[in-house]
Ligand binder design. Structure first.
Ligand SMILES: [Zn+2]
Length: 313
């Protein structure tokens, strides 16, 4: 369905929450580009969706807003389907170029979050202040630190459309990962929200969820959420743990409670967060509390020894 405010050359491919949106740009009659590529478990679906939407055009460029597993998981499959690196380049935020080309899973987030990825290398990078042409329009690149220190946003000033990644969703924003391990991230998040407000977008294409136009309301919700997290950083850390657990359930909608607990106790980001905020709490208790939080929120349900994903109403 066409979305008012969006350029005709842009197509938002939205799926469930696990895979970030892909934004396909029809650059001309022969070529197309895509921004973000979803989670690796959906890679075959991403290739099919992109091929369907671009028709006889060839995919020549993949651009990532940031390199979380749910934004770059289709890079390798899309590039392979397009004929390999000589036909289709991958462009990543400049701060991640070295890590991705060395496939340094410690510097990238996949190992710490216990999430999956398919390896790829990048031929190019973008940085705040750059411009790039997508769908016959010129987009400006803005820094969007907070959720991820290297994240970028893309803004088209004539259409006033913002591709926000996980810096702003209609209802919230992505977990501020540095804060989970006691590193600063709230201030950067606030600055990123200020940048968005100053750009005054008419429409935001978020990393997850449908494009939205009431940006002022979303910014107000985001700021109020941020304020609550800043007042009590442990509240944010608990939220982050629930998000990581929910991500596992989105991947595996029915999983033995003990298997989920084993994943939780083994994930580096979880153990680092625990050490930082609740050094005296044992992991078994922390897992139970995190799972209880998801169940209370309606995001998971327990069925005998299984934990099942539940759709939040
Ligand atoms: Zn993200």
């Amino acid at each position: 369905m066409p979305i008012p405010f969006l350029p005709a050359s842009a197509h938002v491919l939205e799926r469930g929450w696990l895979s970030a949106n892909s934004i396909l740009f029809l650059d001309n009659d022969d070529a197309a580009s895509v921004v973000d590529t979803g989670y690796v478990l959906h890679a075959a679906q991403t290739v099919a969706l992109v091929q369907l939407a671009m028709g006889r055009r060839r995919l020549t460029r993949i651009v990532n807003t940031h390199l979380h597993s749910d934004h770059c998981g289709g890079n390798a499959a899309l590039q392979a389907a397009a004929g390999g690196p000589a036909s289709c380049t991958i462009t990543v935020p400049v701060g991640e170029l070295q890590a991705v080309n060395a496939w340094d899973e410690d510097a990238l987030s996949f190992r710490a979050t216990g999430q999956q990825a398919a390896g790829f290398s990048a031929a190019a990078s973008i940085a705040a202040g750059d411009s790039l042409d997508l769908g016959g329009l010129r987009w400006r690149v803005y820094a969007a630190p907070g959720h991820d220190p290297h994240a970028l946003m893309l803004f088209q000033p004539d259409a006033r459309v913002l591709i926000s990644g996980d810096a702003l969703w209609e209802h919230g924003f992505g977990v501020i990962f540095p804060e989970m391990v006691g590193e600063a991230g709230f201030g950067a998040t606030r600055e990123t929200l200020q940048i968005i407000e100053a750009l005054d977008p008419a429409c935001v294409i978020p990393g997850h969820g449908a494009p939205f136009v009431d940006v002022a309301a979303s910014l107000a919700r985001a700021r109020s959420r941020l304020q609550a997290f800043e007042a009590d950083p442990s509240r944010h850390a608990r939220h982050g743990l629930r998000v990581l657990l929910k991500f596992q359930l989105l991947q595996q909608p029915s999983i033995a409670r003990e298997a989920l607990r084993a994943w939780f106790e083994d994930a580096e980001l979880v153990t680092r967060t625990a050490r930082c905020f609740w050094p005296d709490c044992d992991m078994r208790t922390l897992f139970s509390e995190t799972l209880d939080g998801l169940v209370l929120a309606g995001a998971a349900r327990l069925d005998a020894g299984l934990v099942c994903n539940a759709e939040m109403g």
